[in-house]
Ligand binder design. Sequence first.
Ligand code: CIR
Length: 255
Amino acid sequence: MWLAVTREISPALARCELTHLTRQPIDVEHAKEQHREYERQLVEAGCRVERISSGPDMPDSVFVEDAAVVFDALALVTRPGAPSRRAETAAVTEALREYRDIRTIEPPGTMDGGDVLVVGRRVFVGRSSRTNDAAIDQTRRLLAPHGYTVDAVDVSDCLHLKTAVTALADDLLLMNPMWLPSEPFAAFDRIEVDPGEPMAANALKIGGRVIYPASFPRTLERIERHGLPVRVVEVGELQKAEGAVTCCSLVFRIP
Ligand code: CIR
């Protein structure tokens, strides 16, 4: 079965990190409602949801994807690029320890899980304002014995690699070609986001189903035209914090 690790929304969400967005007021109660509906969709998709608690000292902790990347053989706990987010990894490590051997990104490496796209045995890592070469090299060394290849991809126009590309299937990517070089992804089929919806490349695939934000109707149409079953969620308050749908969970197989 699937396990989805999520994390409670911090009462301090409004003090989140912002890189490419202008700060807007965030209604934390509304964000919590949207997050609960997101978790309900995870359950509908076949996941058991395990929610970690949070606190006022971790504004961004709901974006649990950034604290770890879970593979079949191990969980890689990151060292988040924003110093304000480094404390998030302790509780995530404890939650994952029961299911996977833990490996960690060590200084001077920094990495956000939002920069790591895993498609089958291919791992693409965004070289971004959050993730550096030291972390990419560590990841390559840790994963090589398990048969994964690791490719670095430069990301400068958006926060994370997965802001610009996610996988809808093992051979199909959803991407914004304006924010990425196309060469690393040449082997894959692709759906491009509608040009008027640049933030629309972040979709969460679980099994054969896709969880997708309600705010990108034209790209949604493109995904549905491919015959993929999509469940739409309202995540507007989390989007104001520069979050999307992959970032609010760590989804992986458990026995
Ligand atoms: C941050 O800047 O770290 C948070 N405000 C947003 C992180 C979103 N993470 C993700 O998409 N993986």
